[in-house]
Ligand binder design. Structure first.
Ligand code: PEP
Ligand code: MN
Length: 325
């Protein structure tokens, strides 16, 4: 946003008035020798203020707002049906839970049954796993999708699962209600375009070093290429402090929820990486405006095929769910 100062006004007074509205600005002088006006450009880390409010300040000649680079995101519906349940702005908080990876048919059935009883409506679980080491468990693939779909159907849950490559997108789309793009693929534009073309709702996890603009740009790709709806998922960004695996960026959640009014959920499991912080971070995320949470749970975390140390027990999840109502 650029604010133009009236020729007769005192720029310093305008700057003070802008600061009074919560705006950080940098002043641009007219070119030497020119008669042009003083301009202030408003930094993105300013409070969200309507141009009309700025225009009303004494000494302001004009306010110019650049067109949104994300027109489809602006026009996107804020809430959508995913399976039989709603997710987004105005819907009840979406509780998404399940194991990091689907480890067996019996286990996913038992977890789905438990989740449904405690009021969780979305079942997560990885069949195609993005693992840092190529020697780690890579997911059971298609058969895991079938196990998860059957369990979800039996218990009235919607399925949330990740697609990692275009070669598996058809089979993931067949079994998923909400197709997850993982953090590592947030800027894999070929994958975004291709998966978006399937026409299903997408869950877009934030890249671990992605800015809000890059994240919104990635969502715009999905919408432009055919996705009807995108839910943002804050999962923690790279952090210098080793006491958490990543840093849960609640400011980003608040900006998406309150400034852009976009659907956003938080994943405290991958953010903190430690089970003792899941409940407080989940509550914190909802308190700042998240429209849901995604939590990894496993009845025997020690035996989980991936991310056991951050999984909470179903009993602990149930306590968290109860504390939210
Ligand atoms: C996941 O949710 O299973 C996952 C791998 O998360 P992320 O992409 O955020 O690391
Ligand atoms: Mn995981």
């Amino acid at each position: 946003m650029i604010v133009t100062v009236r020729a007769a006004a005192e720029p310093r007074e305008v700057q003070t008035a802008l600061a009074g509205l919560g705006l950080w600005v940098s002043r641009q002088e007219p070119a030497p020798g020119s008669e042009g006006p003083v301009l202030f450009s408003v930094s993105p880390h300013s409070r969200a203020v309507s141009p009309a409010e700025i225009q009303a300040l004494p000494g302001v000649a004009a306010v110019s707002v650049s067109k949104s680079p994300y027109p489809r995101l602006e026009a996107m519906p804020r809430v959508a049906k995913v399976g039989r349940h709603e997710i987004g702005v105005g819907a009840p908080p979406a509780l998404i839970a399940g194991p990091c990876s689907v480890d067996s048919e019996e286990r996913i059935e038992a977890i789905a049954q438990r989740l449904a009883r405690m009021g969780v409506r979305f079942l997560r679980g990885g069949a195609f796993k993005p693992r840092t080491s190529p020697y780690s468990f890579q997911g059971h693939g298609e058969v895991a999708l079938r196990w998860m779909r059957h369990a979800a159907r039996r218990h009235g849950l919607a399925v949330v699962t990740e697609v990692m490559g275009v070669e598996e997108q058809e089979v993931v789309a067949e079994f998923a209600d909400l197709i997850q793009i993982g953090s590592r693929n947030m800027q894999n534009y070929s994958l975004l375009k291709s998966v978006a073309g399937l026409g299903q709702p997408m869950l877009l996890k934030r890249g671990m070093a992605a800015t809000l603009d890059e994240w919104q740009g990635a969502a715009e790709y999905c919408l432009l290429h055919g996705a009807p709806f995108v839910v943002f998922c804050e999962r923690g960004i790279r952090n210098f402090d080793p006491h958490t695996r990543n840093l849960l960026d609640l400011s980003a959640v608040a900006i998406l929820a309150h400034v852009h009014r976009l659907p956003v959920i938080a994943d405290p499991s991958h953010a903190a990486g430690r089970r003792d912080l899941i409940a407080p971070l989940a509550r914190g995320a909802l308190a700042v405006g998240a429209h849901g949470i995604m939590v990894e749970t496993h009845p025997e975390p020690a035996l989980a095929l991936s991310d056991g140390p951050q999984a909470i027990l179903p009993d602990e999840l149930e306590k968290l769910v109860e504390s939210l109502s």
